[in-house]
Design a protein around this ligand. Sequence first.
Ligand code: SF4
Length: 501
Amino acid sequence: MTTDHLSPAARSKKFGAAEADGIVRCDACPVLCRIRPGRQGACARYANENGTLVRTDPVLLMQRTLDESGKLVAFADSDWDGAPLDPARTFVTGVGAGTTYPDYKPAPFIVSAEHDGVDTVTVVTEGIFSYCGVKVKIDTDRHLGPETAAVRVKGEQVGHVTTAEYGSQMLSIGGVRHLTGGSKKEGNATCDALLDLCSGNAVEMSIDGGHAVIVQADQAPIVDGKPEVRMRVGCGSATVGIFARQWLGHVDEVIVVDDHITGVLTEHQAGRVLDMPPTGIRVRGRKSTPGRYFQVAHPGLGWGGTDITDPLSIIQKIDPAVAWPGLRLLLTSTTGEDALYCILDDQLKPVPADVPAPVRTVVERIGENCEPSLCSVLFMAGAGGSLRAGVTDNPVLLTRSVARGETRVTMGGAPVHVWAGGGITVMVDVTRMPAHAFGYVPTPAIVAPIEFTLPRALYEQLGGHAGDIVPIDDVIRSFAATARIGAWPHDNPWPLGRKEE
Ligand code: SF4
């Protein structure tokens, strides 16, 4: 195999079709744009450069550095140091690699390299994903909208609110129904939102029957214009359990207001174990177990993800046979951002008072134990026909090999979670992927890099396109001058090494 195989002319022949008047037909996706000289195709990913079809973004080659102990480390300036690329430490990513269509064409790069004495192949492509979306985790206990409510961007539905997780609200954005199953406008709005979210840009969303939220990967969510700061330390019951001992002797009762479980200290098992006497203060809502109450209010943007702004409204009654004048009562949210200290007067009415220093310390400790509120964006997609057939003539063998863990899947070099069961359905944290990794085609669908790494012998057994394998040295020789070179992120495992590396 010679580097001629990788020359622009050879690749153009492989990936495009010349027509009259210097027009090139791009065949990297089903749109099949006819591109005039000097112009770009509909997705701007391909252009006609003097009759040659070229990918407008350079392919991304990533190089790792190791410390003396052999551990992955970042470049000193977190970028490439300019030295010639070492084939043993270079990984060809799918970013800028290009796409093949129709299905049977081999992937744009099928690269061989020797690692740990094993002849290895990495099949590199940009997948076109119609079945794809993002799962967004928003660290807040504030109510963003009812479960299953529509999530809209610029008025178009692009997803929905899904099952909340512990301390986080979850959104499911994208998916084939919004991309291609509705109107063209809905599909385009969904594609734009996905592209922005995956690229680390902020996206403003509104939720039917709920609130507006600005989501950006690895940044704090902004709910109705207010940046969220703290993720709750736990539910109200957990907060009571964590801090009960620290409150002992400083307060007689603590109510931790939470939309999920509101905790009442003296009634809770934590207070009982500490022999705290009952106070006769009963909160609203449905009692689950002692000291743990569901549905104390409606969900909202108030205390602890409820709609409560006056915390005393949570008290249903105070039993005069049990409570006593001078009783010290603390009400707090699960983040410690909201807190009210009261003392019962002679009529057993709570009267706000200055918070004693030891009580303030515990409230501040609740805040200290909250993690910063962030948005996490996980891209999820299923590998379709063109992608799998670009790897092997017998795609089910690839699917089985991925399921068995013999073939490692990465996206832009980032590790992915492969779902159990059929198909190749993967999920990746977009913040672990290189910048500018995502694109789109107007079908509409999202374009994302994907790489399959496996031993060469296995690749051949799977019916891989062995005739298209190119040594890594040739790829470097042909592309080092034009490629984008990046430093390998030291917290991503090296896909070409042993699994534990
Ligand atoms: S949309 Fe992009 S990838 Fe698809 S044919 Fe046109 S230029 Fe090529």
